[in-house]
Design a protein around this ligand. Structure first.
Ligand SMILES: *Cc1c(COP(=O)(O)O)cnc(C)c1O
Length: 352
């Protein structure tokens, strides 16, 4: 009953096989190999962006921080939501790699930035002089950290506001596949066609061993990102193994199939939880993450039975039994259906 995160699961067998197949003989290091050339082509073709520049890296934090460093100057501000991974969970890597740009939260509803709040934050009247710093970039996340979804139209609305103020737009796509599987939008519609300039394209949480990419839709920034990636120690010498993962991940639409599985598992879990009176689900889950609120005593029993997940707002062991606590429950493509059913069955038996 593992629901702690979608990066706890195994590597998809097709990706493992691709790694084994890549493990033959010699190849040029640092990305000058045939497999990397193919992976870059496949990553350009995925959002139908033949001019885009592709950078493979080993972590999503590196992808986000280096992409943002390429988009914003040290004296500028990057706007994101209060729950954004770039603000809360990257140990200030974006601030570090930008050389000190400021990350400012903009009000959001259920993880989605409010357009009017962004417009207000970028109001030119706020920027009188050098004392006020300057706006630098917008960073959005889809699927959001709260398991909700922007449609391509909603991304486009926010991107128009940013572009009107001269800001480039970054999209944290650690779970882009889950967002695309849920909306049915194409990768192009959700990214550059909606105004995204730089994309962190995740694979690790959805079946890879450890492979992420930055896709720069504006190739003019590529030279800078190449230098920044090397300086950050993120240009892996054995690049072909990153490339092999990405190729297998994209091959035949595997990445979207895996995301559909993860989303379907979460929907199954959500449907089961809805039938249990003591459980409150909010916000409405749209991908593979859900937040469920129920009394501490139930958490204690689930955890004792072997369930693994994170609590957002309290300690399972310290406090009154009736106090409600919020669990973040994440399904991966690989989450066994029996785990979901067992989790639900335990809850049902406790609340019957
Ligand atoms: C997991 C995650 C990342 C990347 O995390 P790494 O552990 O550095 O690979 C980035 N953004 C979001 C929203 C995430 O959930």
């Amino acid at each position: 009953m593992f629901f702690a995160s979608d990066n706890g699961g195994p590597v998809h067998p097709a990706i493992m096989e691709a790694l084994a197949a890549a493990n033959e003989g010699d190849a040029m290091a640092y990305g000058d190999d045939a497999l990397t050339a193919r992976a870059r082509d496949a990553l350009r073709a995925t959002p139908e962006a033949p001019e885009a520049e592709i950078f493979l890296l080993a972590s999503g934090t590196a992808a986000n921080a280096l992409a943002l460093a390429t988009l914003a100057e040290p004296f500028q501000t990057i706007y994101a939501t209060p729950d954004a991974h770039v603000i809360n969970h990257e140990c200030n890597a974006p601030e570090f790699y930008t050389g000190g740009a400021k990350l400012t939260p903009v009000a959001a509803d259920a993880g989605k930035m409010r357009p009017e709040a962004l417009a207000q934050a970028l109001d030119p009247a706020r920027f009188h002089s050098e004392h006020d710093g300057a706006p630098g970039a917008l960073s959005l996340t889809n699927l959001t950290e709260l398991g909700t979804l922007y449609s391509p139209g909603e991304i486009a609305t926010l991107a128009r506001i940013a572009h009107a103020a001269g800001l480039p737009v970054h999209l944290d796509g650690a779970r882009l596949a889950n967002a695309l599987a849920a909306t049915g939008a194409s990768p192009a519609e959700m990214t550059w066609k909606a105004g995204v300039d730089a994309l962190s394209f995740g694979a690790t949480k959805n079946g890879a061993m450890g492979a992420e990419a930055v896709i720069l839709f504006d190739p003019a920034r590529a030279r800078e990102l190449a230098l920044r990636r090397m300086r950050a120690g993120q240009l892996l010498s054995k690049h072909r193994y990153l490339a092999a993962q990405m190729l297998a991940y994209l091959e035949g639409g595997l990445w979207l199939d895996l995301a559909r599985s993860a989303n379907a598992r979460t929907a199954r879990l959500a449907n089961g939880l809805r039938e249990i009176g003591a459980v409150e689900i909010a916000p409405e889950p749209q991908g593979n993450i859900l937040f469920a609120r129920f009394p501490r005593a139930l958490h204690q029993r689930l955890l004792a039975a072997g369930a693994e997940y994170h609590l957002m707002d309290g300690d399972a062991q310290k406090g009154t039994p009736e106090e409600p606590l919020t669990a973040r429950l994440v399904c991966a493509w690989s989450t066994p259906q029996e785990s979901i059913d067992r989790f639900l069955q335990i809850l049902r038996s406790l609340t019957a």
